[in-house]
Write a protein that binds this ligand. Sequence first.
Ligand code: PLP
Length: 448
Amino acid sequence: TSVQTRHALETRALDHLWMHSNDLEWDDLQEGGLRVFSRGHGSTLIDVHGAEYIDGLAGLFVVAAGHGRTEIGEAMARQAGEIAYTAASNAANPVNIALAEKISSLTPGDLNRVFLCSGGSEAVESAMKIAKQVQVMRGHGKRYKIIARRGSYHGTTFGAASLTGSASEKYFGPFMPGVSKVPNPNQYRNDFGLDGEAGDIMCARFIEQEILAQGPENVAAVIGEPISVANGTHLPSPIYWQMLRDICDRYGVLLIMDEVITGWGRTGKWFAAEHYGVVPDIMTMAKGLSSGYAPVAAVAVRSSIFDDFRPTGQALNHLITFGGHAVAAAAALKNIEILERENLVQRSAEMGTYLYDLAQKLRSHPTVGDVRGGLGLLCAIDFVKNKDTREAWGTSHPFIKFLALRTQEEGLVTRVWDVLHLAPPFVLTRDEAERAIDIVDRCLTEAE
Ligand code: PLP
C-alpha cells in the first residue's frame, strides 16, 4: 500500500489509534506498514484493499482455531441473550463453571482450581498474588520474593512487567521489589559457554543458588515460560524443568509455569508442561484459550494450594470485575470444543513438524544461524551477522526492519525481532506452510 492509495480506514487508524508497543517506527506505519485487516478465514487475513496474507503468527500466538469461526460468535450471542455477566466475587454462571471444569480436566496433574480473568498479564498478576498469599496462609509471611528469568516475557502490567526480563526500566522503573532475574536456557548463545543440556543444567542450578542467596525463607515462587518465546524459542532439555520442580519442592518455593503462549495446543500438546513431565503449582494461560474470540485468561492452581486457604477462613484477596465473564467463557468453551472436535492439537504437532522441517532449508543462508522449534507450531529463525560468532543484528538494525516490512509486503504476517517467529493457526495447510517459508527465503535473498 503506498501512501497515495491509502484507504480511509488506514488514515483513520493513523489519526486516532494508539498502536501498542510496536516494532515498526511511525514513519514505517505511515508509509504503508500499517495493515488494516477486515476479514479472515482459517490462516488467511484479508486487508481493506482485498489483499490476502498468511497469518504467520496467529495474531500474536492467539488464533489457534483459525479466523472466521462464526460458530464461536453464535455461542457468544446465545450466551449474551441468557446472561452476559455475573460478578466473580459473589456468584457463578453455568458457562464459567463449565469452563473451570474443562480447564481442570485438560491441565496436567491436580491443577484443579481455576481463577478466571481476561488477559495474560492479569493471569500473571493473579498467579503472583496467589503464590504470595498462600505463603502467608501457610505461615511463611516473609516469603515475598520471586525469581524470574532474563529474556522472559510475562506481561505489561506492573507486577507482570517486574517479572519480565526486558521490561523498560528506563521509562517505568523502579519495578516491584523482591524480584531477581536468573539466566534463561539458551542452547545457541549460552550464558555459560556450555553446549546442549549442560547449559540448561547450569541454568537450573543457578536458580537453586539464587534461592539460597536470597534465603529460602524469603522466596515465594519461581516463574518461567516452559519455552520462552521472548527469549527466542529455545527448547530447554526436559531435565531443566525436572530440576526446577525438585529444587522448588526442596525449598518450599512454588513453581509457576506461564503457559500464556505455550498452552492450548501451541506446542502440539494441550500444555507444554506435558512435554517435560512436570506439574507446576500454578499455571497461567490466555491467548489460545479462546483463540482470541474473546479476552479470556485463567490461572490453574493445584488443589493443595486452595486447600491451604480453607483452614484460615480467608478468601483470596484479589478480585477482577470481568473475571469469569459469561460471554467470554462461552467463547472459550466453544473454542475448546472445536480444538477437540477437529483434533487441532494433533494437527499443531503434525504441521509443526512439517513447518520446522521445511524451515531447515533456510539454514543455507549466510544470515541464518539457527532454526528452532519442532514442538507444535512454534518456530523461530535466528538471524546472525556471522555464523561463527553468532552475533545478532539487534532489533532496530535495517536488515531486521527490511525483513519485517518485506515479508509483510510479500503476504506473510509475522514478527521479526532478533528472530523471526512463525506460529500460525493450527488449521495451516501444507501449501500455506510452503508459501510462508518461500516468502522468508526470497526476502532473505533480497536482504543479503
Ligand atoms: N505471559 C506470556 C508468556 C506472554 O507471552 C504474554 C503475552 O505475550 C503475557 C504473559 C501477557 O499477556 P497479555 O498480553 O494477554 O496481557
